[in-house]
Ligand binder design. Structure first.
Ligand code: KG4
Ligand code: ZN
Length: 342
């Protein structure tokens, strides 16, 4: 069987990425990260779209070269339609339309969140990969989203729990900012947490119905806690960074796991995956595996390079939609909010 070749293009936030898949097999995955935002402590949309504009042609070109293919070998181009920053998405969508018209290649639109989940089905060359079996539950934790998704097939997913305010990644990033750490704060907190005592401080945990999440209360209580301590001792943050990071990270992980356990019990599903930028967190990865051993779950952690935004996952999602004959036409427009998965 000749497998189809999909070029994936991702530009929803601050990473410009292009990847080539043949069937499920990854041939290349190129990511240009934008350092321009670090000094502002967050992504500046206007600067992000300009950087995408500069990066996109060299990134796509490199992805094709690294895959050892030319654009004429590509059967479909998968684009991220949303959710994300509108100006950033526009660059990827417009570029893809141009390439699609010029080369007469069909386009497939992808929901970025479905992409994160389907990163679990990417095969790497010469590597034995474990893929979740359907139905499975995926804890999707990124900078913009925190959801528990029931996945019945590559294109049939249902959100059964979601955040009612901030996302888990946002909680990491905002609390890091309060401590004076760089953006994105998640990976920095992760590093400090390894040296710290997770039981040293206690922060408020929310009580929200069903499988939904809330992180804004934690963020506020963290802020007030620090304000009070810094008034007593201006050096408090610097002297306690590791313990603060470890305790905060532990609180976020406990909140995430608590609802995931509930969702598994309620649905009876024991195939459990995590995805999204926060699934790179070493504490969360360990905690999921530990919980899984205790509860006889089959747990699936994505390779680290597929946790944060990348085009390989977009190509993977695009592949499944292409196989179902679901092509996009030239009227496709980016959308900032695309909470619904289908
Ligand atoms: O999925 P992603 O790359 O972008 C979105 O779609 O939002 O996720 C980015 C988020 C950021 O909030 C970042 O701080 C967080 O993922 N993140 C982490 C880690 N690596 C990235 N959070 C905690 N620990 C990490 N190791
Ligand atoms: Zn993402």
């Amino acid at each position: 069987m000749i497998e189809i070749t999909v070029l994936g293009i991702e530009s929803s936030c601050d990473d410009t990425s292009a990847a080539v898949l043949r069937g499920n097999l990854l041939l290349s995955n190129v990511i240009a990260s934008q350092s321009v935002h670090i000094k502002y402590g967050g992504v500046i949309p206007e600067l992000a779209s300009r950087a995408h504009q500069q990066n996109i042609i060299p990134v796509v070109d490199t992805a094709l070269k690294e895959a050892g293919v030319t654009i004429d070998d590509v059967d479909a181009i998968a684009l991220t339609r949303g959710p994300g920053l509108l100006g950033s998405l526009l660059v990827g969508v417009s570029f893809t339309k141009g390439l699609s018209i010029a080369k007469d290649i069909p386009m497939v639109e992808v929901n970025h969140l479905q992409g994160h989940i389907l990163s679990h089905f990417i095969d790497l060359p010469d590597t034995e990969m474990r893929h979740p079996k359907f139905p499975f539950l995926c804890l999707l934790v990124s900078g913009g989203h925190t959801q528990i998704v029931r996945v019945d097939s590559p294109t049939e997913m249902e959100i059964i729990g979601t955040t009612i305010d901030d996302a888990a990644g946002e909680a990491f990033d905002k609390c890091a900012k309060v401590m004076g750490l760089d953006y994105p704060g998640g990976p920095i907190i992760d590093r400090y947490a390894k040296e710290g005592d997770p039981k040293r401080f206690e922060f408020a945990k929310p009580s929200v119905a069903d499988f939904d999440y809330s992180f804004s209360g934690l963020k506020t209580s963290f802020l007030y806690f620090l304000r009070d301590r810094v008034q007593e001792n201006p050096e408090f943050i610097g002297e306690n960074t590791a313990d603060l990071c470890a305790s905060l990270q532990k609180t976020i992980i406990d909140i995430l796991l608590n609802k995931l356990v509930k969702a598994s019990k309620k649905t009876g599903i024991k195939e459990i995956a995590i995805a999204g930028g926060v699934s790179a967190n070493s504490g969360l990865r360990n905690a999921i595996e530990e919980e899984g051993r205790r509860r006889r779950w089959n747990t699936y952690l994505p390779p680290l390079k597929f946790t944060t935004d990348n085009a390989a996952m977009v190509a993977m999602a695009g592949y499944y939609h292409y196989m179902k004959g679901e092509m996009a036409d030239l009227s496709v427009t980016p959308t900032a909010r695309l909470e619904n998965m289908f």
